[in-house]
Design a protein around this ligand. Structure first.
Ligand code: SB7
Ligand code: NI
Length: 185
């Protein structure tokens, strides 16, 4: 299983690389990576498992964060009153997006960043995405709210971009034009 010690932190070169496209069929190592990424997220959202293994909760995890420079990430998001969203995305793409933006009012964090970074991170409010699952089947979906924000955070990891790259350093809480704030409960 993936533990915090397996997650690379700020300053590690993997976090700044453009990750490689994956070719299908994926091999056994890649298959295991997919399972492990999603398993980490599920474990990290269980208080007992979290405490037992010293995990930091996360809703997404990208392969470069475990030092594998490939275009793979997992999302596992359970929001009250919404149906859970849980998938592995390989070679993911945003095919279209809204003009409207959004940002988490509480800001973003990252399992690869051991400090709080204040500020609004502008994201598209709605995105239509395409990706392949571990079986090589392409899927397409529309995302908004927290899933849309998290997908963009993870896709950034595959391109060597950190969430704070998007924060205006001189005015971290500056108004973001065309944005509707998103409040996380
Ligand atoms: C806040 C947190 C995340 C995404 C969007 C907003 C995920 C944090 C965990 N990760 O570091 C995943 O890359
Ligand atoms: Ni992150």
């Amino acid at each position: 299983m993936i533990l915090m010690e397996d997650i690379v932190r700020e300053g590690h070169p993997s976090l700044r690389k453009v990750a490689e496209e994956v070719t299908f069929p994926i091999d056994a190592n890649e298959k295991k990576l997919c399972t492990d990424l999603l398993e980490y997220l599920i474990n990290s959202q269980n208080d007992d498992v979290c405490e037992r293994y010293g995990l930091r909760p996360g809703i997404g995890l990208a392969a470069p964060q475990v030092n594998v420079s490939k275009r793979i990430f997992a999302l596992h998001i359970e929001e009250e009153g919404k149906k859970p969203l849980s998938f592995v995305a390989i070679n993911p793409k945003i095919v279209s997006h809204s003009v409207e933006k959004t940002y988490l009012t509480s800001g973003e964090g990252c399992l690869s960043v051991d400090r709080d970074v204040d500020g609004f991170v502008p994201r598209y409010a709605r995105i239509t995405v395409k990706a392949f699952n571990p079986d090589g089947i392409e899927f397409k979906m529309r995302l908004k709210g927290l899933p849309a924000i998290a997908f963009q955070h993870e896709l950034d990891h595959l391109n060597g971009i950190m969430f704070y790259d998007h924060i205006d350093a001189s005015a971290p809480y500056k108004n973001i034009p065309d944005a509707t704030p998103f409040e996380r409960d």
